[in-house]
Design a protein around this ligand. Structure first.
Ligand SMILES: O=C(O)c1cc(C(=O)O)c2c(n1)C(=O)C(=O)c1cc(C(=O)O)[nH]c1-2
Length: 256
């Protein structure tokens, strides 16, 4: 695990470099997102995005568990574990009784809210849970992210979450665009994004503090920027796959 400690450079510099990189490479610029915001997506395209993004969502707590296992102190683990609860829902205090019925508890968490987003757009939760219709390129992108968090240094793994510096603003744009252009999606479905705006700000702030404290050299900063770039490419590839499926061969891999 990297040593903590100040890096002797102005605090803003690394964050400024990350923000400049994200301005160019984050998926807010992807043509699929631009079409989403303009209101140009068909219902099938929007549903395809929701279904494929669910594959990403359900792997976020998996990659966070991989990071958690590699954090070296109680304090860091106590803080990071919150991310898993945010997605999977709060801990099941009554233990196995909660899951003895063989079904996941329905207490709220991001995964449950995403399933409700699917339902609000007309997608059955069992379809999302089945994984049917997830595009090959999306599987590759998500595998890439999980494996990165498994194999890279913990500094790089945490740095790869820093795309979340940009997610809250993108989600605010998305909420406004969906209310305006896709009123057929029941408003309850937007709750995932409404809750996530605050969580994303908090999580990216926490990750930025850790990365700043752990960067001991210019070479570390370059590793952080490379990890961030890699994650931008994960998000970009995911949307490439969704976009392309709409143009060719959609019937092969499409849920509908
Ligand atoms: O909808 C989006 O544009 C978007 C982007 C990102 C991101 O930038 O990684 C995340 C999320 N959403 C998200 O919902 C989420 O829970 C999340 C966790 C993480 C992460 O890397 O730990 N990124 C993101």
């Amino acid at each position: 695990m990297p040593e903590g400690g100040p890096n002797g450079r102005p605090d803003g510099s690394l964050e400024e470099r990350l923000r400049a990189l994200g301005e160019r490479r984050y998926h807010h610029r992807h043509p699929f997102n631009l079409r989403m915001h303009e209101g140009a997506l068909t219902p099938d395209e929007l549903r395809r995005w929701i279904l494929n993004r669910f594959h990403y969502q359900r792997h976020i707590p998996v990659k966070d568990a991989l990071i958690l296992a590699r954090l070296g102190t109680r304090e860091l683990r106590r803080s990071w574990i919150r991310r898993i609860h945010d997605h999977d829902g709060p801990p099941a205090l009554d233990g196995p009784a909660d899951t003895a019925r063989g079904e996941a508890p329905r207490s709220e968490g991001g995964i449950e809210r995403w399933l409700r987003l699917g339902e609000a757009a007309g997608l059955d939760r069992d379809l999302l849970l089945s994984g049917e219709g997830v595009l090959p390129g999306v599987r590759m992108a998500v595998d890439g992210y999980v494996n990165f968090c498994r194999n890279a240094t913990v500094l790089e793994a945490v740095a790869s979450s820093l795309t979340e510096l940009f997610a809250p603003d993108l989600m605010a744009t998305r909420i406004a665009a969906w209310e305006r252009h896709y009123p057929w999606v029941e408003p309850e479905g937007l709750r995932y994004f409404q809750v996530r705006v605050g969580q994303g700000r908090r999580d990216s702030g926490e990750a930025m503090d850790l990365v700043r404290a752990w960067c001991g050299s210019r070479a570390d900063e370059e590793r952080v920027l490379a990890a961030f770039t890699f994650k931008c490419e994960v998000l970009w590839s995911l949307l490439d796959a969704v976009e392309f499926a709409g143009r060719a061969g959609a019937e092969v891999h499409d849920a509908g």
